[in-house]
Design a protein around this ligand. Structure first.
Ligand SMILES: C[S@@+](CC[C@H](N)C(=O)[O-])C[C@H]1O[C@@H](n2cnc3c(N)ncnc32)[C@H](O)[C@@H]1O
Length: 282
């Protein structure tokens, strides 16, 4: 069967391409070069797209997705990684590089990063790539990444992803900071931030994601309040916390940060030009 015929049959262009990339273990561009899609592959694609049309996220059906150009295991126990979160990773990378340059002559103390609410582990694992690279080039960039989540099932997925990416990460089962010890140079966090009544309203398929990964309480700000009340004691001087936020939460999160005595707050936009990340300094 030709690709065009298969797409006509499924009625889903993008999803069909993604399924074929997965089933054929091929890059996107190579999928377009396939002359003839075999009957079993076409049948499997149609079956997966049928499920997808019922509102099940493609990442759950395929068991994986891409984040920051890398493949991660994804199950219904974790939030489906969003491309918006890549903005947070980019900002964290800039902070790590700047700190690394500033620490060039420093002793061999570890640069500590905490990925709070780690879910599938995508943020911490992406940062581990940079830290490994820095360590190779600059031998005194010793680092430690701690990743924490309250969901044991999510931690299991994150552990699998860390193994897949050979990332050296210490996973901790913790209700926010409850079981986190010591101070960090950087805390990265994509907490649940959807208002309880808005879960599934904009995107119906989010109803298939774990509620614990989405529910940010009545006003969506429950986790920012709890985290900012305690983060200071887990940050070194000049340490930073980087949060993903909902597109309409920048002002509210800034207010919570300033009320809790943090020094400076900056907001950054995602590719759709909506507020998506805030950086907060102690
Ligand atoms: C929005 S998801 C983010 C997952 C991942 N970091 C990402 O960006 O895809 C929020 C995560 O917070 C976790 N979580 C919810 N309540 C928590 C708590 N009290 N303590 C720690 N983690 C919590 C959820 O299990 C979920 O994995």
């Amino acid at each position: 069967m030709k690709l065009a015929q298969l797409i006509a049959q499924t009625g889903e262009h993008e999803a069909t391409i993604q399924v074929l990339c997965h089933l054929l273990e091929a890059k996107r561009t190579n999928v377009f070069l396939v002359k003839d899609i075999s009957e079993p592959i076409a049948a499997k694609t149609i079956q997966i797209i049928e499920e997808y049309k019922k509102g099940i996220p493609l990442a759950y059906l395929l068991g994986s997705t891409y984040f920051y150009n890398r493949k991660f295991v994804v199950t219904p126990d974790v939030l489906v990684p969003r491309h918006d979160t890549e903005v947070l990773v980019e900002l964290a990378e800039k902070k790590i590089i700047a700190d690394c340059l500033a620490r060039i002559d420093e002793c061999k103390s570890k640069y500590r990063i905490l990925d709070l609410c780690c879910g599938s582990g995508i943020i911490g694992i992406s940062l581990a790539y940079l830290c490994d690279w820095l360590h190779e080039r600059q031998r005194n960039h010793f680092y430690e990444i701690v990743a924490a989540d309250y969901s044991l099932a999510a931690l299991e997925v994150a552990t699998k992803n860390a193994a897949l990416h050979h990332a050296d990460i210490n996973f901790v089962h913790s209700d926010l900071f409850n079981d986190i010890r010591g101070k960090f140079h950087l805390i990265v966090c994509n907490p649940p931030y959807v208002r309880t009544t808005e879960i599934g309203v904009e995107d119906e398929w989010t109803l298939k994601e774990p509620r614990i990964a989405l529910d940010g309480g009545i006003d969506g700000l429950y986790f920012y309040r709890r985290i900012l009340a305690n983060a200071k004691q887990h940050l070194v001087p000049n340490g930073m916390i980087i949060f993903e936020i909902g597109y309409d939460q920048a002002k509210a999160v800034e207010t919570i940060a300033l009320e809790n005595g943090y020094r400076s707050v900056e907001t950054f936009k995602d590719l759709a030009n909506r507020d998506r990340v805030v950086t907060i300094r102690v």
